[in-house]
Every structure is written in structure tokens, then in C-alpha cells.
Design a binder for this molecule. Structure first.
Ligand code: AHM
Ligand code: MG
Length: 342
């Protein structure tokens, strides 16, 4: 069975900046604003990328909490990334509020004259999988964009952030891997751009990304097996059974963006279920699962909590957790069938 999708090289080197301008008419609201928003994310990502790439020099440059030779305080990278993205998204007259995994409460952004006419809120996990940094393994940034539901000019409220994923207007991730990439959607398919670090420009390298309908990879932390619900245990046994294309290959980096990215290219399923210890699972609905679900669906894949579409869940808390099953359509449907009959 041929699973892997190969991306033909684009006919010319199209930069992310050019792509944003050429495609801004696809955005049903004010296209200029969304373009500026994606622009500010790509710039902040370059700053974070630079810092992440220095992580291996920690013994030379100083660890978090130290003061470096320039007299600057060294920060933990997730704190650094949080500040870089918040700074990048503020003062651009686009965003009225930001919610971050690193902040207990949402942040209100004041516009000119204290009044904020900006229409968008951003939810972000600035550095996901950050425990991988110490061992030189890929990490990522995940972001999700909504139009506010409260009127422009009034203070942003929790209601602006607690929207179901099906209301997202854009979502994406940055992967700081062997190369750095931005992958994003505005609801018109998924495109991936790779950073050329020599000149600091992202180029369209993965146009119109598609999840293969099925795959041969399952990604789950099997160390938690005894705590998994019966449906997940049964699905794992199905993946391991010798029949047809099975047993599947197990691949788990423990860095959601990297596991997702690999599975989208090669075909596979990522699962972080509820467990006996964590009845809601581990991953956060608003800035981890919803944006990945939007990208997955736009690439022909699927995302579910085992029973329900992720993007239809009505959120009730900013840092809400959900079980997450995401990847190739047929694999997610098979896992759901095990959940539903267990
Ligand atoms: P984080 O937001 O604290 O980094 O946690 C999210 C990460 C995901 O990237 C990854 O898939 C998962 O946690 C791994 O968790 P575990 O170590 O429990 O398997
Ligand atoms: Mg995270």
C-alpha cells in the first residue's frame, strides 16, 4: 500500500510574504488584518527560532535564571517564547486579546486611546513540548485565531475566547525541527513554509498539504497503557495485530507538533486519551487541540475526543483539557469505533 504523500516542488520560489498577499482575498473578513496577524506571528517565530537554536549552548551562554555576559537575565525558553509572541502580536492594531498556555488569565490589549477596535483574539501555546528542548528534540508553537464576539471598542471578555473550534478563522503551528516550518490554514487548505535561515525568509515548500486517508503509524504514550480506557487498549491491540498492513509502526516523540507533522506527511494517528489519572486527558482544547483539529480537517484528516468532533465542543474554561484522537481519517474513525463499542 502506498501511503506517503510527496509534495511537488512549487514552480517558483514563493515566499510566505508573497503567498499571504496573493491569497488574502480568500479571507472572508478584512483580509489586510489577517495578513498582518500572520505576518506578526512569522516574525515572532523567527525570533523564537533563533533562541531555540541556541538552547544547546546553555552551558556556554548560561542557563535559565543566570545572568549572561551582556548582563541580561537568561529566561526559560517557554517564558521567552511567550513574551516574544505577545510582543509580536501587540501594538499592531489587529489583536484585542491573547490567551496563552503560559498565562493563567487572558491578556487584554489596549489600542490607541485606551479603546480597542481590533477584531481578533489569538490563543497560543508558545512552546509546546518544551521538556524536549534539553535533549535537542523538536518543539513547536501552536496558534488559533478567532473574531471577537463582543463589540469592538468594548473590553475583551472571556466569551471572546470560549468559542468552539468551528469558529476559528485561522490556525497554525511552527515546528522548530531539522528545519523550521510554519504550517497554517485560513480555511482554504493547509500550506507549509520552510525557513531559509541564511536569509531569514520562509518559502512555500509544502503546498496544499493532505493527510493520507489512512496510514501505518500510531503515536501514543504507551507507558500510560494500564490507565487507558478499554477502547484505547483495544485499538492499540488492533494496531499491533498481524493482519493485512498491520502491525503498524509506533512512533511517539512526545511533542504534539512534531508527531502531528510527521503523521500528516506519512499517514498516522495521534492519541492522547483520558486516563484513570487524568479523566479529561492532558492536552488543552483551546490552544492545542482546536488549532490542530482545524489543520487536520483542512488537510482531509479528522480530530475527535473519541466520541465527538473536537471543533464542535463548547468550551467552558480557558485551560480546558480534552482527550484527543487526531490524524488520518480512516484511522481516527477506526479508533472511534473501538471507543464507542468498549
Ligand atoms: P506541554 O504543553 O506541557 O508541553 O504538554 C504537551 C505535550 C505534547 O506536545 C505532547 O504530545 C504531550 O505533552 C506529551 O505528554 P506525555 O509526556 O505525557 O506523553
Ligand atoms: Mg502545550
Amino acid at each position: 500500500m502506498k501511503i506517503q504523500t510527496f509534495y511537488p516542488m512549487p514552480t517558483r520560489n514563493q515566499s510566505l510574504g508573497e503567498f499571504i498577499i496573493e491569497n488574502q482575498n480568500e479571507f472572508k473578513y478584512s483580509s489586510g488584518e489577517l495578513s498582518r496577524l500572520i505576518n506578526s506571528i512569522r516574525l515572532a517565530a523567527k525570533v523564537v527560532n533563533h533562541e531555540v537554536n541556541k538552547a544547546g549552548l546553555v552551558d556556554i551562554l548560561g542557563a535559565a535564571g543566570d545572568t549572561n555576559v551582556q548582563g541580561e537575565d537568561q529566561q526559560k525558553l517557554d517564558v521567552y517564547a511567550n513574551e516574544a509572541f505577545i510582543k509580536g502580536l501587540t501594538n499592531r492594531e489587529i489583536v484585542c486579546g491573547i490567551a496563552s498556555e503560559e498565562e493563567d488569565h487572558f491578556i487584554t490589549i489596549k489600542g490607541r486611546n485606551e479603546q480597542n477596535d481590533n477584531k481578533y483574539v489569538v490563543l497560543i501555546d508558545p512552546l509546546d513540548g518544551s521538556s524536549n528542548i534539553d535533549v535537542n528534540v523538536s518543539v513547536g508553537t501552536i496558534f488559533s485565531v478567532y473574531r471577537r464576539v463582543t463589540p469592538p471598542g468594548t473590553p475583551v471578555t472571556l466569551d471572546d475566547f470560549l468559542q468552539p473550534g468551528n469558529k476559528q478563522v485561522a490556525a497554525g503551528y511552527i515546528i522548530y525541527g531539522t528545519s523550521t516550518m510554519i504550517v497554517y490554514t485560513t480555511g482554504h487548505g493547509v500550506n507549509g513554509f520552510t525557513l531559509n535561515p541564511a536569509i531569514g525568509t520562509y518559502y512555500l515548500s509544502h503546498p496544499n498539504m493532505q493527510f493520507p486517508r489512512t496510514g501505518l503509524i500510531y503515536s501514543v504514550n504507551e507507558g500510560n497503557y494500564v490507565h487507558f480506557p478499554q477502547g484505547v487498549k483495544d485499538y492499540i491491540k488492533y494496531c499491533q495485530a498481524e493482519e493485512g498492513d498491520r502491525p503498524y509502526t509506533s512512533r511517539y516523540i512526545g511533542s504534539l507538533v512534531s508527531d502531528f507533522h510527521r503523521n500528516m506527511i506519512k499517514g498516522g494517528i495521534y492519541i492522547y486519551p483520558n486516563t484513570a489519572k487524568d479523566p479529561d486527558g492532558k492536552l488543552r482544547l483551546l490552544y492545542e487541540c482546536n488549532p490542530m483539529a482545524f489543520i487536520a480537517e483542512q488537510a482531509g484528516g479528522k480530530a475527535s475526543n473519541g466520541f465527538q468532533r473536537i471543533m464542535d465542543i463548547e468550551p467552558s474554561k480557558l485551560h480546558q483539557r480534552v482527550p484527543f484522537f487526531c490524524g488520518s481519517l480512516e484511522m481516527v474513525e477506526k479508533a472511534e469505533s473501538f471507543m464507542q463499542k468498549a
